[in-house]
Design a protein around this ligand. Structure first.
Ligand SMILES: [Mg+2]
Length: 219
């Protein structure tokens, strides 16, 4: 049996491996008042999971429009090559997302990349909506975000696996704090927050910069 490498890069998906978040692009396809759902989450009045679930459920678009939205997310353009480089350097990729596995796996499948994905399950019905469900089968299920990224990272760190983490948003703060500074990669809100907290990290703009860095460690 092949043993998985004991080096894992746990990465957020939206905004980290892509330029834009799925939910932000989705907001332009749904009634304007739905944007208040996200404001309620940012004010602590609803959970991250409930906010995304509500926004996604209003996404009554065609399959073609959904594909347009997915390409507007702008996934890392060289992802297949970057994924192969990571693997060659002994790192395996684990995607940890508080978003929906439906769109993540659709994007990855088309590129031919097949990492472990922890995300909330869901089903898209054209013109009806995207229905995101709680990951009740996952050992990393939690109320706030559905998938608990901190629990994923903690399990790896506790098992003495060399663990890197990359993210950009609010759900990424707690898991980012669990890894060593040289393996803590951040952009956007997360980078600003880590700076505010005076926590050391490595800032990135493109996901491939993380791969460059991790590959350098073994060269
Ligand atoms: Mg993100």
């Amino acid at each position: 049996m092949n043993k998985l490498p004991d080096k894992r890069l746990v990465s957020d998906f939206d905004g980290t491996m892509t330029k834009h978040d799925f939910f932000r692009l989705a907001l332009s396809y749904i009634p304007p008042q739905s944007a208040e759902t996200w404001t309620r989450y940012e004010s602590g009045l609803t959970s991250h999971f409930a906010a995304l679930q509500e926004i996604f459920s209003k996404l009554k678009i065609s399959d073609q429009k959904l594909d347009d939205l997915l390409s507007d997310m702008q996934i890392e353009p060289d992802l297949l090559n970057q994924w192969e480089r990571l693997q060659t350097a002994g790192w395996s990729l684990v995607i940890a997302s508080a978003g929906c596995s439906f769109y993540i796996e659709r994007i990855l499948h088309r590129i031919g990349v097949n990492p472990i994905v922890h995300a909330n399950p869901g089903e898209f019905v054209p013109e009806i909506g995207l229905f995101m469900m709680r990951p009740v089968q996952s050992p990393f299920n939690c109320a706030e975000t559905g998938i608990d990224k901190s629990a994923i990272v903690k399990q790896l760190v506790d098992s003495r696996c060399q663990t890197a983490f990359a993210g950009d948003g609010r759900p990424d703060l707690a898991p980012a704090l669990l890894v060593d500074p040289q393996h803590r990669f951040a952009k956007g809100w997360l980078a600003d927050e880590l700076e505010r907290l005076a926590v050391p990290f490595i800032r990135f703009e493109r996901w491939s910069e993380i791969v460059d860095r991790l590959c350098l460690e073994v060269e």
